[in-house]
Write a protein that binds this ligand. Structure first.
Ligand code: SF4
Length: 253
């Protein structure tokens, strides 16, 4: 746990529930450092999450108002809270299964309606907590508990999805890029309207183990090696881009 961010953490919670090597602890630190850097008052913030490992990032850890809601319904709850109190700084933190698979329709329409909230999607490309099932973000050919012979369906590109729906700010960074991730979260929080930050956060337990990616350190190294800046994409061939993940800011309106 980010002990240097102690002031933002509930003292009675002594450890996180995350597996060794999970990216969610790093993401938790990036979120708190972003808030600290902006000097945002926690008493004006509302953290909303759905169900899944990433949903445990704000709740129970953050010393603030948190809503731990139904699976796939974090954005719907956040919308209601924001309508009731427009002064709230509303930050949704949840996983790809929760936000884009079960809750995909809420995500698309929140972006289309340009609701004033920041959504951080911890994308580990699988349902981690509920058993390692295939998600809408699982890569083609990847194994999950429900696709033991490999996923046959193409995944969503979440940034392209929300960008095309109308999001005001869209960025993707990995937890192995903590400073870039923190800066993107800060930009999202400062923006009026709908901001979406995709945080690539590896799951060595459910995804890495099934897909034989090695131990937790090797999973992190593999993620690092797969990253390509969007500034370099135009110079790369389709062959070079295969198995790569493009990071950067996609919308900054
Ligand atoms: S199951 Fe995966 S996502 Fe969940 S805590 Fe463990 S490593 Fe992280």
């Amino acid at each position: 746990m980010a002990r240097d961010m102690d002031a933002y953490l509930r003292q009675e919670i002594q450890s996180t529930p995350f597996c060794p090597g999970c990216g969610h602890g790093i993401l938790m630190g990036a979120i708190l450092r972003a808030i600290d850097g902006l000097g945002l008052p926690m008493e004006k913030m509302l953290f909303v999450s759905g169900i899944g490992c990433a949903a445990w990032i704000p709740s129970p850890h953050f010393k603030a108002d948190t809503l731990h809601t139904l699976h796939g319904r974090a954005i719907a709850f956040a919308t209601g809270a924001k309508l009731y109190n427009p002064e709230l700084i509303t930050l949704v933190v949840s996983g790809d299964g929760d936000l884009s698979s079960i809750g995909g329709n809420h995500l698309i329409h929140a972006a289309r309606r340009n609701l004033d909230m920041t959504v951080i999607c911890a994308n580990n490309m699988i349902y981690g907590m509920t058993g390692g099932q295939v998600a809408s973000t699982t890569p083609l050919g990847a194994q999950s508990s429900t696709t033991p012979w490999g996923n046959e369906e193409p995944p969503f590109d979440l940034c392209r999805l929300v960008a095309s729906a109308g999001a005001r700010y869209v960025a993707r960074y990995a937890v192995v890029q903590p400073l870039l991730l923190q800066r993107a979260i800060q930009k999202g929080l400062k923006k009026r309207g709908f901001s979406f930050i995709e945080a690539l956060s590896p799951c060595p337990t459910q995804f890495g183990r099934r897909n034989k990616m090695g131990d937790a350190a090797e999973v992190l190294k593999g993620l690092q090696a797969s990253l390509v800046s969007r500034k370099h994409v135009s110079k790369m061939s389709q062959e070079e881009l295969r198995d790569k993940v493009v990071y950067g800011e996609f919308v900054d309106g």
